[in-house]
Every structure is written in structure tokens, then in C-alpha cells.
Design a binder for this molecule. Sequence first.
Ligand code: DOR
Length: 310
Amino acid sequence: MLDLSTFFLGRPLTAPLMNASGVWCNVNSQLHALAESEAGAMVTKSCTLLRRDGNPEPRYHTLTMGSINSMGLPNEGHQYYLDYAERHDYENKPLFFSVAGLTLDDNLTIVAQIQDAYTPALLELNLSCPNVPGKAQIAYDFDALDVILAEISSAYSRPFGVKLPPYFDIAHFDEVADILNRYEKVNFITCINSIGNGLMIDMESETVLIKPKQGFGGIGGEYVLPTALANVNAFHQRCPKKSIIGCGGVNTGEHVFMHLLAGASIVQVGTALYEQGPDIFVRLKAELAQIMQEKGYKTIREFQGKLKTL
Ligand code: DOR
């Protein structure tokens, strides 16, 4: 019998699939739909200390091979997601809790409250949002990355993970992995957030497609698949004690298989989930199972992280 189930930090998952933070997870109705979907795990919208409206609309646009977004962290504030986390059915599937505080102090306040709430939710610290005007992506500033990991590691008593932006240079993979490997509590790494500050143009009107930041926004969907796979594999190789969550460019079972082969333990779905809704997990599971059957694999473990080189 073909088995799609897997484990993540000791927690059982029915399938190595979940949403990417920001997609289908802003409000309770969406979170409940994910809880009832075939996703093996789920994550809440990256939250800030207080509720935010986010950037002016239009702030998301579908592109030929993906999407551009500059949402600007619209969210209900951390307490709303903590309330959900306290009600979530953890027997059904693990819950990740995404945090994107606007300052170090905000992050420290939020993680202290997660700790006090005693929820088994797993913290995913988003260090890579490209869309808040005036705020740099923390994980592109390696000194700031080191400081925030040191501070969160001493304030938070449990294992946690970080959501990284894409890197494009081998020296950067090396340097970031060295920093992450200094922090034992960093148990997982989610690669990648959207490719920040892309630009797309409408030919007819000769204008940008989204309003914030003069049209600049994070690119997701199939455009980013090779970059996502490279980041997954680079950190899988360099951080052998940490688990990798793959994110970027996933719209078919083949894409899921590639992420798993490159070293991901779970694969997140962003743009394609936004476009198709939570039923996508039914199709992705069926397509992944079909590929495994054709290749003669009975379990995920048989091929996960086993990418071959030439
Ligand atoms: O592409 C993204 N959009 N990545 C994030 O981390 C946040 C989100 C937003 O709200 O802008």
C-alpha cells in the first residue's frame, strides 16, 4: 500500500503538504477550511502585534506563471491567531504559528505570549517579508539575523523555525547556514518566501499591476520553482540537524516530488492554493501518489532528500 504519511519533529502528518503562510489563513473561516482539507499541516497568516489593514489595493495580481503581491502583512493581530491556536485540533493536523513582528520587541512580546498560551503550535518566524514599505527583509542583513535568532532563542524555550527569503549566491548559503547552525533551537527552515521586489507591466495600459511600492512586489508561483529548489537543497545540505520546509512554485505532484527529493520534509503551497482553494490538496496528493507508484516508491522516506548529482 502506498503511504503518503510522514513525521515532522515527532508529529504525524497524513501527507507532506500544507499552505504557505498568507494564503487561506487570515481569518477563522479560512483556517477552518484548511483544517478540514487534505493538507497534512497548516500555518496561520504571519501576524504582527496589532491588527493591520496592509497595503492599498490592488495588491495581488495573477501572472502568466504565478503571482505578484504586496499585501503588506494584513492580519488580525497576534491575539486572534493565538485564540485560533488554542482551539485547533492538534490530533487532526499540526499547526504552525507564523510571526512577523515589525520590531524585535514586537517579536519578543508575541513569542512570550505563545509560550504562555501553552499551545503545541510550532513557531515559524517570518524573517523575509518583502512588502512593508520602509522595512528591510531581516534575513538579508546577516548581523540582524544573528541578533534576532540570539534574542528569540533565549526568550523562547521551545524549538522553532525561520522563514527565509531566497538567496542567490553560494557564499550567502554558506554564511546564512553558519548562522542558523549556531542556534540549536532553530529546528526547521522554510525556504522560500516570495522573490522580493519583482515588477510586471500591463502592455495595454503601460502601467504597473499593483498599487503599493510603485508596482514592486513579491513574485510567487512557477517562476520561482528553480530558486526554491536550490534554496531547499542548499540548506538541506548545510544544516543536517534541521528540517527543511519547501515553499515556492508548487502546482503539481511533480513539483511536490521535486521539493521532497531536494530535501524538504513538508511542502507548502502558496500561489496555486490562492488560485484554486483548499481542494488543491486532493489533487496534489493523487498526483504525488501516482508518481510514487510509477517509480516504485511506497513511502516518502524512500526518496526524501535523495537528490542525485551528475
Ligand atoms: O510575499 C509575501 N507577502 N511574503 C510575506 O512574508 C508577507 C506577505 C505580505 O503580507 O505582504
